[in-house]
Design a protein around this ligand. Structure first.
Ligand code: COA
Length: 377
């Protein structure tokens, strides 16, 4: 560290640090807005499909009908998992975390792709579609093997969200449920320099490959302060058990100095702009799936957190119950998030490669003062 840097305040957690520019998304906490390439994410979620949004994130523009048809064809053709990869995944312990399975699968795919070291934007764009297409197959296989069920092959005649339900449950639910899943995928797709995206960009900044960047991002997403929060939310409802016990549970939680998962955000301080759009879909699915009691619990905890801490729900608070009502097992929730965020991560990998600058901050040393090494051991 230079003498000048010794006087620079330390920004632990990089709080408020503007690390680079990006043209992919903008989070504006003052106006509670999230823009993907200029478009408000909730409006995209209402009017567009997940593949439209992936195309937007990757290329900067929404696809025209021909571009969308070509992307859909490509995505549908790439859903099948290599049988050798499938066998390897089936050999993993069923008590490891699903994010470990996803991370291992992406490593396997990277090790077997002859184009892994091709860092051109074209090659990265192709890998991005491949990963977006195959991640659902891996996640569905993983949920089924944990339930002692055999994998179900993808169907090319189904849309992205329908195919996720087909491969996971062997059936396609009501259109409202499929649409709610797609809305969740769109709202989860991109969020500027989140911890996982920054991890992916840091790996890319060393001129490493896209698969390594995605593996790093998956590792970062797993933690409960980031993507793991959607699972933690559902575990909290199970732990509390009864909405009447929320106040008591919260008191004990605060006394133990623990946070409540699904609340607060590093950037948004007045509420998460994505929540209302997912909240309304969640209520719709709750009505269809007998989720009234869970919704009551949801409201009681949200009300108590606002009253006690002034904190509002983030996207994971709505996504956890939504995925639960759809039938997914709680440990799978973060992997569902990854299935969506792969679009944003890969867009950032491509953008970071074009910036081509090594990300390498400095640290203020606060260890022992200089001392001499003695000559004799
Ligand atoms: N539950 C209880 N208190 C919380 C809280 C939560 N979920 N989130 C923040 N706070 C409190 C902190 O305890 C702290 O209080 P203090 O100033 O009295 O010590 C204050 O709010 C600021 O929190 P801090 O952790 O410094 O803010 P941050 O910007 O670093 O945290 C998160 C952002 C997301 C890490 C944090 O809100 C959190 O841990 N949330 C729960 C995990 C979660 O839902 N993650 C998904 C994010 S999309």
């Amino acid at each position: 560290m230079t003498d000048d840097q010794r006087d620079t305040p330390v920004r632990r957690g990089l709080v408020g640090v503007v690390a680079d520019t990006t043209s992919i998304s903008d989070v504006d906490p003052c106006h509670n807005v999230l823009l993907y390439r200029g478009y408000p994410a909730p409006a995209l979620a209402e009017r567009h499909g997940f593949l439209d949004v992936a195309h937007l994130l990757w290329t900067g523009e929404l696809p025209d009908p021909a571009e969308l048809a070509a992307l859909e064809r490509r995505e549908r053709s790439l859903r099948r998992l290599d049988p050798a990869c499938e066998a390897m995944l089936l050999s993993l312990p069923t008590d490891c975390h699903p994010m470990d399975v996803l991370r291992t699968a992406v490593s396997w795919i990277g090790a077997h792709d002859p184009a892994t070291t091709d860092h051109s934007a074209e090659a990265s764009a192709e890998k991005a579609v491949q990963l977006l297409a195959v991640l659902p197959t891996i996640v569905a296989l993983d949920q089924r093997r944990r339930r002692g069920q055999r994998p179900i092959a993808p169907r090319e005649d189904l849309g992205h969200a329908e195919n996720v339900f087909h491969m996971t449950f062997g059936e396609i639910p009501e259109p409202e449920v499929v649409r709610a899943f797609e809305v969740a995928m769109i709202l989860y797709a991109e969020h500027s320099f989140s911890a996982s995206t920054f991890a992916a960009r840091t790996v890319t900044s060393t001129r490493s490959d896209l698969y390594s960047a995605v593996v790093a991002a998956l590792g970062a997403l797993k933690g409960e302060l980031h993507g793991g929060a959607n699972e933690a939310v559902m575990n909290q409802f199970d732990e509390i058990g009864d909405p009447d016990l929320v106040d008591e549970w919260l008191e004990a939680r605060f006394a133990a100095g623990k946070k409540v998962m699904g609340f607060g955000h590093r950037v948004y301080k007045r509420g998460d702009s994505r929540v209302p759009a997912l909240h309304s879909r969640m209520r719709q699915v709750a009505d269809l799936r007998g989720g009234r009691a869970l919704m009551a619990h949801y409201e009681v905890l949200a009300g108590a957190m606002l009253r006690e801490k002034g904190l509002r729900p983030n996207l994971d608070y709505a996504a956890g119950p939504l995925f639960h009502l759809m039938g997914f097992d709680t440990p799978m929730f973060t992997a569902l998030f990854a299935m969506s965020r792969i679009s944003g991560w890969t867009a950032h990998v491509i953008e970071q490669a074009s910036h081509d600058v090594l990300i390498r901050p400095v640290a203020r040393y606060d260890g022992k003062a200089r001392r001499e090494v003695s000559a004799v051991r």
